[in-house]
Design a protein around this ligand. Structure first.
Ligand SMILES: NC(=O)c1ccc[n+]([C@@H]2O[C@H](COP(=O)([O-])OP(=O)(O)OC[C@H]3O[C@@H](n4cnc5c(N)ncnc54)[C@H](OP(=O)(O)O)[C@@H]3O)[C@@H](O)[C@H]2O)c1
Length: 240
């Protein structure tokens, strides 16, 4: 166990929960969800910090609290919380558009801003933004969601370059990962026909598990991946 603290947003379910379980024996965790009631699993050595990420004021308070209470030991940030409302853009309500932009892109930007301030003092740290395969391929009825996910890839690449421009020496890394189809609440909602369509497109002949993603995150936080930086890693079973 190190004294490094790792923030995982959206840690109550799906990928965030699997990532938290995987990391809990190695790190002190700061677990985020929209509210305390979202958590049904208690993990040892963890703190809970909640905010509705669709609300900019709550995001601002969350970032202040993160810096104040955990700034000294913060080493890793996993911007994982995300939301999708699949719909044709023609019919997408403005509120749903704003929620996706705020939760999936604005909040990660603000959390990265806070982490960058903290890491610029310690000269070390890792930020991993959870993008999606659709950020690269696009997807019908996910125009806004896919845009936010493409934004996270650009955010990560840009910040990795910015860290280098601002620091002579450092071991700060900024990355994104793009999961394909992973079995969670988010993908459970899809119609069976859609799931069958995706399965046929996956050379590994199975959907991903949240634990597959947790293994990758654990590696990307570790010293073993010290030279992996400013890039986007796909984890999708070969989904074309
Ligand atoms: N599953 C996939 O196949 C897949 C593929 C590619 C990328 N991804 C990305 O991976 C990430 C995790 O996905 P998942 O499948 O694990 O999703 P999930 O099971 O639906 O869980 C979403 C998480 O995000 C949190 N969240 C959602 N809206 C929030 C808000 N307004 N404020 C604060 N927290 C909020 C939820 O917290 P509450 O419990 O409090 O609601 C929950 O912890 C997302 O960014 C998603 O876009 C997933």
């Amino acid at each position: 166990m190190t004294n490094k603290k790792i923030l995982i947003t959206g840690a109550s379910r799906g990928l965030g929960l699997a990532i938290s379980k995987k990391l809990s024996s190695q790190y002190e965790l700061i677990l985020h969800a929209s509210s305390k009631e979202s958590f049904t699993t208690t993990l040892p050595n963890s703190h809970i910090l909640c905010a509705d990420l669709s609300n900019p004021e709550q995001v601002s308070d969350f970032c202040k609290q993160l810096k104040k209470e955990h700034g000294g030991e913060l080493y890793g940030v996993i911007n994982n919380a995300g939301v999708t409302f699949d719909n044709s853009l023609i019919f997408q309500p403005e509120k749903a558009i704003d929620t996706m932009l705020n939760v999936n892109l604005r909040a990660p930007i603000m959390i990265c801003k806070t982490a960058m301030k903290i890491f610029s003092l310690s000269k070390k740290g890792v930020i991993i933004n959870i993008s999606s395969v659709v950020g690269e391929t696009g997807n019908a009825f996910q125009a806004v969601y896919a845009s936010t996910k493409a934004g996270l890839v650009a955010l990560s690449r840009s910040l990795a370059q910015e860290v280098a421009a601002l620091n002579e020496e450092h071991s700060i890394r900024v990355l994104s990962i793009s999961p394909g189809f992973i079995e969670t609440d988010m993908t459970d909602k899809l119609p069976e026909k859609e799931k069958e369509k995706y399965l046929k497109m996956i050379p590994s002949k199975r959907f991903g598990k949240a634990e597959d993603v947790a293994e990758l995150i654990s590696f990307l936080l570790s010293e073993q991946s010290a030279y992996v930086n400013g890039t986007n890693i796909h984890i999708n079973g070969g989904l074309a």
